[in-house]
Design a protein around this ligand. Structure first.
Ligand code: KG4
Ligand code: ZN
Length: 397
């Protein structure tokens, strides 16, 4: 079979990314320009700054992806770009550039849902390893800074369809990691720092009550569904009111519980000292973080991470049991978390359920996943009309 080379472009949040993928199964190049340094002083993504940084990075990032793939623009079969969900201004940078490039090169352009991209990151790498045996239905937990969604994925011929069977009612899991890290003076983004520090604390030290979702509001549209507005700098995916949200998540409560713990245990001064200490260091290593954290803080971090992991794993497995799924995918930025991976592997093995994660570079935002998701659309000739625009609250169906 002839090879198909697709250039993927991703700019939905705070990473400008471009990649060349062959036939949805081999990453030829994968370039990611992170904006972490830009947003770090603000403790979260600032949408206006994100757009400006995408504008700066998009041309060199795409050029680098082509150069590393050792391919010319003319040799591409198609271009693919993230349409949504994400920050509208950020998405528009990638979309405008992809449209201009596709028009000039007279190549087809494919619009991709970012969440489908995260799911296809798993498939791309499994195909790359030679694993083509995938049992359906697949349950995919997409867990990142902007999303905590459970999708039941089914295959219809070459096409996939998705049913959302759970979502967060308030904060996404990655957002909780980021907010707790900020609260504790650990900087941004919080997930990777908490991941590294948690093994140094006692996860049994602080008890967090399991998040509770009231039955009475299960049938009503969530706050997410009512508004596709960005909160905390990240765009949310609307969930259709008719979806049966049986496996919902809620992470604003645990963030408040950490805040209350900090207040009642008079930790404000030590947090201030840590913030100043780490600011003086600049790019902090694990040793720097440890030197600036007392035992009480490390215990709190470990307990927080354990509570998050237990909740994500238990709800996902409950959904898998109820919907009789054959395979589990865990993907998105938080899927890079070591304890989450370990716990999923242990608990899924008890149920005889295979669980797949992307490698860490493909867990967080990247464009290889966008080019991989575009491949099936390329085969189906599902090309975007040139007047399509960004969809900040794009749902996955
Ligand atoms: O998928 P992603 O790059 O962007 C979004 O689509 O949101 O995910 C970024 C999120 C951030 O909240 C970050 O703190 C979290 O993923 N994250 C982690 C880890 N690495 C990144 N959370 C927990 N443990 C990690 N190792
Ligand atoms: Zn993402």
């Amino acid at each position: 079979m002839t090879s198909t080379f697709i250039l993927g472009i991703e700019s939905s949040c705070d990473e400008t990314a471009a990649a060349v993928v062959r036939s949805g199964e081999e990453t030829i190049s994968n370039v990611v320009a992170s904006q972490i340094a830009t947003h770090q002083p603000y403790g979260g993504v600032v949408p206006e700054l994100a757009s400006r940084e995408h504008l700066r990075a998009i041309v060199p990032v795409v050029r680098q992806a082509l150069a590393e793939a050792n391919r010319t623009y003319e040799s591409l079969d198609a271009l693919a770009v993230t349409q949504g969900p994400g920050l509208a201004g950020a998405l528009l940078v990638g979309i405008s550039y992809a449209k201009a490039l596709a028009f000039a090169l007279e190549k087809p352009l494919i619009a991709v849902n970012h969440l489908e991209g995260h799911i296809h990151a798993v498939l791309l790498e499994e195909r790359q390893k030679g694993n083509r045996e995938l049992q359906f239905p697949v349950l995919a937990l997409v867990v990142s800074g902007g999303h905590t969604h459970l999708y039941l994925a089914k295959q219809h011929g070459p096409n996939w369809s998705y049913e959302n069977i759970g979502h967060t009612r308030d904060d996404a899991a990655g957002e909780a990691f980021d907010k707790v890290a900020k609260l504790l003076g650990l900087g941004y983004p919080g997930g990777p720092v908490i991941d590294k520090l948690a093994p140094h604390g006692d996860a049994r030290a602080v008890k967090f009550p399991p998040s509770q979702i009231k039955h009475s509001d299960r049938k009503t549209p969530s706050r997410e569904a009512q508004s596709a507005e960005t909160r905390g700098g990240r765009a949310r995916t609307p969930v259709t009111p008719q979806s049966h949200s049986r496996f919902d998540f809620s992470y604003s409560g645990i963030k408040t519980a950490v805040l209350r713990y900090v207040e009642t245990h008079n930790m404000a001064r030590s947090i201030d000292e840590r913030r100043r200490g780490l600011a003086e260091v600049g790019k902090a290593s694990l040793e720097d973080y440890l030197a600036n954290c007392d035992e009480q803080t490390l215990d709190l971090i470990a307990s927080f991470q354990r509570a998050m992991v237990d909740d994500l794993v238990s709800k996902t497995l409950a959904a898998a049991r109820q919907r009789h799924v054959a395979t589990l995918f865990v993907t998105g930025g938080v899927a890079a978390n070591n304890e989450l991976r370990r716990t999923f592997e242990q608990e899924a093995a008890k149920e005889g359920l295979p669980v797949y994660f992307p490698s860490r570079p493909l867990s967080t935002d990247n464009a290889a996943m966008i080019a991989a998701a575009a491949y099936l659309k390329f085969l189906a000739k599902d090309f975007a009309a040139m007047d399509f625009s960004a969809e900040a609250g794009m749902a996955l169906k």
